[in-house]
Design a protein around this ligand. Sequence first.
Ligand SMILES: *[C@@H]1O[C@H](CO)[C@@H](O)[C@H](O)[C@H]1NC(C)=O
Ligand SMILES: *[C@@H]1O[C@H](CO)[C@@H](O)[C@H](O)[C@H]1NC(C)=O
Ligand SMILES: *[C@@H]1O[C@H](CO)[C@@H](O)[C@H](O)[C@H]1NC(C)=O
Ligand SMILES: *[C@@H]1O[C@H](CO)[C@@H](O)[C@H](O)[C@H]1NC(C)=O
Ligand SMILES: *[C@@H]1O[C@H](CO)[C@@H](O)[C@H](O)[C@H]1NC(C)=O
Length: 754
Amino acid sequence: MTLCLLALLLLLCCSVSSLPPPLPRVFLSFEELQASQAFEHYRISDKPMDYRILHMDEDQDRMYVGCKDHVLSMDINNITHGSLKVFWPASASKIEECQMAGKDPTHGCGNFIRVVQPYNRTHMFMCGSGAYSPVCVFINRGRRPEVGLAGAIQLVGEQVFFIDSRSEPGKGRCSFNPQVNTVSVMINQELFSGMYIDFMGTDAAIFRSLTKRNPVRTDQHNSKWLSEPFFIDAHLLPDGTDPNDAKLYFFFRERLTDNIPTYSLCLQNDIGGQRSLVNKWTTFLKARMVCSVLEEDGTETHFDELESVFLLETEQPKGLLVFGVFTSTSSVFKGSAVCVYNMADILTVFNGPFAHREGPNFQWVAFQGRIPYPRPGTCPGGAFTPDLHTTKEFPDDVVNFVRNHPVMFNPIYPVGRRPLVVRTNAGYRYTSVAVDQVLAADGSYQVLFLGTDKGTVQKVIALPSNHSLHEDLILEELEVFKVQTKGLTFELFALQQQLYVSSEFGVSQVSLHRCHAYGSACADCCLARDPYCAWDGLSCSRFYPTGKRRSRRQDIMHGNPLTQCRGFNLKAYRNAVEMMQYGVKNNTTFLECQPKSPQASIRWLIQRDNDRRKEVSLIRRSDRVFSTEHGLLIRSALPSDQGLYYCLTTENGFKRTMAKIRLRVLSDAMVSVLTDKRQSPWGWASSVHPKVLLAAFSPAETLAVQQYCKERNLQKKQQQQAQPPGPLRGDLAKLKPLLDRRKSRNRRNHLPEV
Ligand SMILES: *[C@@H]1O[C@H](CO)[C@@H](O)[C@H](O)[C@H]1NC(C)=O
Ligand SMILES: *[C@@H]1O[C@H](CO)[C@@H](O)[C@H](O)[C@H]1NC(C)=O
Ligand SMILES: *[C@@H]1O[C@H](CO)[C@@H](O)[C@H](O)[C@H]1NC(C)=O
Ligand SMILES: *[C@@H]1O[C@H](CO)[C@@H](O)[C@H](O)[C@H]1NC(C)=O
Ligand SMILES: *[C@@H]1O[C@H](CO)[C@@H](O)[C@H](O)[C@H]1NC(C)=O
């Protein structure tokens, strides 16, 4: 009983602070996610091991993750089931040298695996930082051969995973410092890496290695090419139909090029120049990606640090979209934004004018002179240059032009010239993104999964609007790790409807949807506005656009239960079971009311005697009466506070009555009879000693009260954060007749009247 009262008091401590909008409609803690069926978490130690998802093999259903001294091969259907692990530490001598050099013994002097790439059918190639001395090995990831019928060897046996070569130097393949990103792509058994090639971390390069041809790199210490880059990602993307025109795109940000993120490309048929740029890329170009908001007064707010990219293949509009998460380096505000770029716009910029420095101020202008042929950046052997076989055949003027003009003049603007999502002063920043295209009943939606720098994942949809910004909804926020953590990496597997997230502390697998978490009523399912979910007549469940069931209700664009849930007991939302509550004169009373969603607004109405319902005035009595996220707080209760209170919530225009509480304010005389002098400032509940209270109940009633308390405490635990509450009102309703009976018995026992 005491516990129960305490739970009531705890509500008060965390109420008045108002969180910055917009809020996630549903928040699921790590424990709640674990309790759901749609979540798995894996780690090999409680220590931070800095996990990175490095490669997805969707054909083999495997996912490869690197961390400190280990590489993991996971089953993408269930990452905790049948994970294979290889232990690959740095050598003792390298660890000692690393420590002697003064590097961080725990976070630097390990072998942090940063490259895992498929090499051939049976082997992967992987590299680690090797305690500031990068190393690489081949790893066998095939299946143990089994001799089948007629002596045929079949590769259907047990999955194997072991190091299958001597280690070789990893310089030019993996950064020395594990804090410095390495990005890599394997194409035709050649490894392309973006990393720092030296121990000091001053020589950044995009390097081709593991090749039978000559190794090729970016021009060394040429800040026109790379200026202290931070590599984010790399992808091979087609350009037209000729495979020779396919280009490798590196996404990175730079420290010194006017603080604007850049991004560049190289070609796989590039083997360097003949006389100039020998063993250097001769097709290296880069362009700036802009993500900014144009304010109404004409000022432009830039989000200038690229954090993460995600490529989405779309049917409508046809083509490839590049989603980028950007943060702001502004000292004035903490913010981040998501911008989306069309691949066609990117190609246009790379086919546009080159940037050139000119004039007394050395300003960037569009290059107006003659551009040599073939156009710099063109691939040898592609659709435009079928007669050239390698870049060594390029004329000198082409190679020299590239060396001096690697930057495109026009920046790449996002679709609509504005971000899809902007978040400022929210207490967190976005750092990673994955996107799923979802077909809903009223259209196709891009569902964004955004990782925050506090280690949570938000599920967001952006709705079209006529304002300068899109309207976005945070459908869910998921605490995918037990502790706050940075540096999330994402992989999304649309076919399996799974998102994989890695961090310092482990790897989590979470389903893209948990429709049941929105509650079982039609209105709640509709208000959730989750394109994955629809109300099927009985519950909130997965929506399949091809399904034929006619009763499915879904309305992402408007989220209006009045149109979607007609005929499904909508009137019930207008009513709530009345319950009785006592307050003590001159002391504090709390009327609990938990809205279903933090996005709902709350109104309190009071009905005195048989008068009309009136708004509880919070302004006039603001020093005494507060509306909090959890309910109405009345300080120094007056007899005039007595009445029937209605807690009304409005979410997206949908009104409901969440609580109906009849408050009676007891006089001092009445209370002194009930209490044993040990009183707290929290009104009736706490001012009445539990023993006194229990003594007033019959054994059956006591049992019911204890049951109520147990359920309440359980709920409180589950509701540490905003989430759709369980059957709270129902429980209170159970208590109500009990309290009423106690009241009448008290009268019989000649207790003073109020
Ligand atoms: C994943 O595997 C673990 C361990 O084998 C098992 O306990 C869990 O139920 C599995 N999860 C799913 C969703 O199948
Ligand atoms: C794959 O490459 C490894 C390492 O070079 C080699 O040992 C292995 O035989 C190759 N496997 C196949 C099937 O080519
Ligand atoms: C935008 O404005 C147009 C015309 O003014 C209107 O028809 C349309 O419904 C508006 N769209 C939204 C999402 O408000
Ligand atoms: C009620 O509280 C006020 C101040 O909080 C105090 O001045 C007053 O004496 C109290 N009245 C009673 C009856 O306790
Ligand atoms: C109200 O709370 C105060 C502080 O705990 C207490 O001293 C006082 O007796 C209470 N008043 C009544 C009428 O219960």
